[in-house]
Write a protein that binds this ligand. Sequence first.
Ligand SMILES: [Zn+2]
Length: 410
Amino acid sequence: MGRSTLVSVLCALGIAGCAGRAPEAARSRESLQRVVAEVSAEPGQGAPAAAPGAAADEAAAAEDAEAHDDGVEVDDDFEPPVEPGVGAAVHSPLASMTEAQIEELLAKDPAALGPMSLGPTNAGALFNGIRMPEDPRWELVDPNHAWGTRETVESLERAIAEVHRQYPGSPKLYIGHISARSGGRLSPHKSHQAGRDVDISYFLDARHRWYQRATAANLDRERTWAFVRALITETDVELILIDTSVQRLLKEHALKIGEDKGWLDEVFQFGSRKPRPLIRHARGHANHIHIRFYSPIAQESAVRAYPLLVKRGAIKPTTYYVRHTAKKGQTLGSLARQYGTTVEAIKRANGLRSTAIQAKRVYNIPRAGGGPAAPPLKHVTVPPRRLPPPRVADPSVPERRDDIGPALGG
Ligand SMILES: [Zn+2]
């Protein structure tokens, strides 16, 4: 069979969209959700029921997944938040440099190339990442895994600063994982691999702890909404994951303070049937917000420099995925041989508990990038920000009076 079964490069894993693949996407999302626990459990054993302690391990893993269920963020299978092709093309400073110039910098002063977010968030890497600084306005829960692109760090700072501008003396937020220093797999997440994903707490009442569940009783709606609003209106945010129960509280609050309903329906998944909401539900996000930022410069720099970084050994090739429709008689072993990967890797990419596969089902096959047959990294297109409509001027608002003339002056 060979080539003909090698269905297109898995567009979804990361940047580009998979429009028109909804049923497949839904199916694989479901299967991924089912096994986040297993993926998160890490030590790769197929959880044999008889093994001593296996049940306890599994329960712990399930709990962990529930609490920290970033595997579900394989929203990579989600419909992309924006229509592909809409938005601004992005330029990296590396675009105007020659190959030789980039190579020289790489040899002499690699940091000068700037941060790069390489590949999809669930199979990517980070080069020249920047660590989120310490600050009284937040606490880094795990400073060794708080590395991101410059755009991620600055966007986060900006949204938090906006909350403090509106509400001076706000309590600190907790910032969980962003990425490891060089990106790549960061347990227990699927994403968080390319310096663009952030886990952060909600603003809760004064005594709150990291990973405390947000409820109607403890959620600080004003500050949390100010934060989310700033993310949407002032940063290049790609996706925000918030549990439906918390979306409801925030949306109700936003409506109450007079935000535009049409706009809220576009940004919130809760209570709306509009396509491509920015704020979506994913299991495990009642106790923290997951934010994914575009990092246009870092992503475009990566597109430009990736082949060279691989050639020079500065990074390992990032994984990419192909979709394979299984045929009768095929096994994970035969697929692993065909694609030059391992049974374990295929199991992990598809959340399989056993080695059984079914004919006609589509499987994601991980492959190492960087080789001559590997696809180049994808260019990024940052969509226009979704801004609320300008407020209709109220005749009673003072600036209106100037229009009417001096009669009302004084
Ligand atoms: Zn996360």
